[in-house]
Structures are given as structure tokens and as C-alpha cells.
Design a protein around this ligand. Sequence first.
Ligand code: MD3
Ligand code: FE
Length: 203
Amino acid sequence: WSEWLGSGTVLLHGFATTDAAAILADLARIIETSPFRHMVIVDGRPMSVAMTNCGALGWLSDTAGYRYSSFDPQSSHRWPPMPDSFSNLARAAAIQAGFSSFTPDACLINRYAVGARMSLHQDKDERDFRAPIVSVSLGLPAVFLLGGAKRTERAQRLALIHGDVLVWGGQDRLRYHGVQPLKAGCHPLLGDARINLTFRQAG
Ligand code: MD3
Ligand code: FE
């Protein structure tokens, strides 16, 4: 079933459950070429979330800041192509939310180990904010923080479990959001980790 959490936000409960095993098999091939790594932020400190990308563009953070790049700086090759299992799921989810022309060119893959978190931020490195963002949660559950248009607005807490897909667009595209430190647990497919796929039309 699905739930509207804001004028442009839809939570599709369990939308990725049946495709999860195929997605994880494709992910195993992606990380052979572009492994997970802890990118650093401007001050040089590593993020607790490990990341990689697939698709024409990949999101990067380093001491120069945030940006999208066609190349994995670690391999100096292009990011692995986006598997059909990824793009088909993202497009189907966007259609459910009313975004019929969503064509993701970037998929950021986040891996949360126990204790990893993401502090409140906005996603604003993309060229056109009219395109939505599709987020797929796999593995251990997380507490997602959904704030407002300003950092000071009080954030709502939202539980995201394996298979949940969120589509953020329209009025909600620039809301502050984050993830609370991951709690210990054991998921049958992913063990003690959470994986989040974030699909964007970045270029
Ligand atoms: C809400 N990742 O990679 S995706 C990120 O679970 C990121 O790994 C989180 O935030 C994660 O930037 C959450 C969900 C998400 C993405 C974009 C949003 C939520 C959003 C834009 C506006 C509001
Ligand atoms: Fe984000």
C-alpha cells in the first residue's frame, strides 16, 4: 500500500521486496568495479556511511566539496552502468507517484553499518529540482528524519524497512532530511547492514 507524507512525497510500502534479491545480485557486480568507500567531507573527516555509485553520473564528496562526476576517482573509470533491475524499479516507483517521465542518470548507493548516520541536509547538487528523487531501503530498518524547508523546522521521524520505496518531488524535493544512527540487528539478506539506493536525474 502507499501513503502520501506530503504534497510531493509518497511512501510505497514493500514496493522493492520482490526485486530485492535481483537488485542485491546486481549490486554485488557493481562493487567489484566500484567498491564502497568512506568519502570525506570538506574538513577531511570521513562520512560514517560508505558509498558508491552506478549510472552515467555519480555523487562525490571530497575536500573540494560535493559534485557529480562521470568517473569514479578511485578507479578513474566510468561508474558501472545502471542495471535494468535498478532503473526499472525506480521508474515504476516514480510513475506510482505521478512522475511519468523520470529518467534517472545517477544512483548513489549508501551502506550503513551499525552506528552509521546521515545528518540533516538538503539534496541540491542536481541541475533540475523539478525531477523527483526515488529512494529504496534494503536490509536493516532505519529511522528517517524528515524536516522542513529550513534546518530549524522540527523533523518528523519515520521508520523505513526493507523493501520500502520513497518518492520525493514537487514541494518536498528540497526538504531537510537525515538518518538516525543505525541500530544493531540481523537481516536475512543483508546481515548487519542497511543499503539505500538513491535515484536522481542529476545532469
Ligand atoms: C527527502 N540518503 O543520499 S534517501 C542521500 O537513507 C540521502 O541513505 C538517505 O539522503 C538514506 O542524500 C535518505 C531519501 C531522500 C532523498 C532525497 C530527499 C529523502 C529526501 C529529498 C527531499 C526530502
Ligand atoms: Fe539526501
